[in-house]
Design a protein around this ligand. Structure first.
Ligand code: SAH
Ligand code: SF4
Ligand code: F3S
Length: 461
């Protein structure tokens, strides 16, 4: 075995993992920890004590990719210090930057030993064994999604009461600003039985809430369970199926594309009590001209009507979105149309970004790129509006009694942290033995990023 992967003095090996990007990366990191546990790896909080460091990276905006190189610079110092002390450190770069720039990382950062994309991490035990046998670097960026899903069918351990479950990977939409179709590959859905088995196993471990994940989660079309009247299930059918699991109390899903919001899913949003009234439905822009240039495949009006249709079946829905300002060709009028759409729709929360030119995407070579100052001014105006809407939404919850899933002890003794159905953070005084329960809480105060509540009742036994 090479020096690099020799077990540390205690006989156990330490793994440090840093995660950037979307919830799917968070899920992937948890699965990597699970794959490495049988090989003797336990998680270390600090990189300086780690035999193996994995950077699980995101390529969505330029800044995200730059962070990887600065992290690698810092890690190199830890690696050298460990080498001087007679130990070593294996550095692995995983995730979407690895997929997009694998060869460049190898060339630019010689301290890196392993590079593998989001669809290859199931081969991690094999790659590590290879790295131990040979001294050369390893680059693994194949798209073996089906094989990966098979490996992920094995049970996983989880801490906490709310968990992510990836049900769909990849994207076929090719929005002209976005790298995801290139880094995650084509859309593939996991079979219903596999997802159901994973959720059941999580519930056995105490999980009360699952968030179903996919880059285009509502494009989900997975193989139906045996005996079902149809060959495949869409997201609506999957949700109804999972909702039958005893002990599972809450279901969420993210991220949805407006084009894939079908009637069956809308009906499920209206009918399924376990489905939380929170929907992340990005629109990106309120201008038809920009939506077309982005290849989003719908008009602003279609989105507004869609939101009306969903709110008609679930009036208490908290709506969230994503916005990009400064896409090429976005003039004052186009930006104003986005502001008008936000005013009309009224969001409970939102994420907004300055357009970032991503190499290899059609948007990068479009003419009429927008200046950075213009983008900053627009982002500020847009965020001010969205923040007002968020604060108004939070204020509207004060005085209400909401079911809160208590998730963890608070920073102050006697306090616990929980989540409302609308995904708001709620702090309240409650005994710690209620953590993991859903309790009735009267919301008494709105803070800038959370709510304060009073415990009204303990859960029924
Ligand atoms: N699949 C989701 C989004 C995934 S990426 C959807 O279709 O909406 C998450 C968010 O990052 C996007 O919604 C978008 O707002 C933002 N984003 C993606 N590419 C970007 C880019 N090049 N510049 C700025 N923001 C970007
Ligand atoms: Fe990217 Fe568009 Fe696919 Fe979302 S739908 S992941 S924004 S290409
Ligand atoms: Fe980033 Fe890849 Fe997710 S680019 S947002 S980590 S799919």
């Amino acid at each position: 075995m090479s020096e690099k992967l020799k077990p540390s003095a205690e006989g156990r090996k330490k793994l440090h993992i840093q995660t950037w990007g979307c919830q799917m990366n968070v899920y992937d990191s948890q699965r990597m920890v699970g794959l490495l546990r049988p090989l003797g790896y336990e998680v270390a909080d600090n990189p300086d004590e780690a035999d193996l460091v994995i950077l699980n990276t995101c390529h969505i905006r330029e800044k995200a990719a730059e962070k990887v190189y600065s992290a690698l610079g810092r890690l190199n110092k830890h690696k050298k210090a460990r080498q001087q002390a007679g130990n070593d450190m294996c550095i692995a770069v995983a995730g979407c930057v690895a997929q997009a720039e694998g060869a460049e990382i190898m060339a630019r950062a010689p301290q890196v030993d392993l590079v593998f994309g989001p669809q290859s991490y199931h081969k991690l035990p094999e790659m590590i064994a290879k790295a131990a046998r040979q001294t050369g670097d390893i680059l693994e960026t194949e798209f073996d999604v089906v094989e990966k899903f098979d490996v992920l069918a094995t049970p996983r351990n989880i801490d906490g009461y709310a968990a992510f479950v990836t049900i769909q990977e990849g994207c076929d939409k090719f929005c002209t600003f976005c790298v995801v179709p290139y880094t995650r590959g084509a859309e593939v859905s996991r079979p219903v039985d596999q997802i159901s088995a994973e959720v059941r196993s999580l519930v056995m471990q105490g999980v009360r809430e699952v968030t179903l994940l996919g880059q285009n989660v509502n494009a989900y079309q997975g193989a139906a369970p045996s005996g079902a009247p149809t060959e495949s299930f869409g997201l609506g059918a999957l949700i109804r199926h999972l909702a039958k699991i005893d002990g599972l109390e809450r279901i969420r899903f993210t991220t949805s594309h407006p084009r894939d919001m079908d009637d069956d899913l809308i009906a499920a949003i209206g009918e399924e009590k376990k489905l939380m009234p929170y929907l992340h439905l990005p629109v990106q822009s309120g201008s038809d001209k920009i939506l077309k240039a982005m290849n989003r495949g719908h008009r602003a009006e279609d989105y507004v009507r869609l939101v009306e249709k969903i709110r008609a079946v679930r009036p208490d829905l908290a709506l969230s979105g994503d916005f990009i300002v400064g896409f090429p060709g976005e003039d004052e009028q186009a930006f104003e149309e986005t502001m008008a759409l936000i005013r009309e729709v009224d969001y409970a929360s939102a994420f907004s970004f300055k357009y970032s030119r991503r190499p290899g995407t059609p948007g990068a070579s479009m003419t009429k790129q927008i200046s950075e100052t213009e983008k900053s001014d627009r982002l500020q105006a847009l965020q001010t509006l969205l923040e007002t809407q968020k604060q108004n939404f939070n204020a509207s919850c004060v005085g209400k009694v909401l079911p809160i899933l208590l998730e963890s002890p608070g920073r102050v003794a006697g306090q616990v942290n929980g989540r409302s159905p609308y995904l708001q953070a709620v702090h309240l005084e409650a005994p710690e033995n209620l953590i993991g329960e859903i309790v009735s809480v009267r919301i008494i105060e709105k803070k800038s990023n959370s709510l304060t509540g009073l415990l009204k009742s303990s859960p029924s036994p």
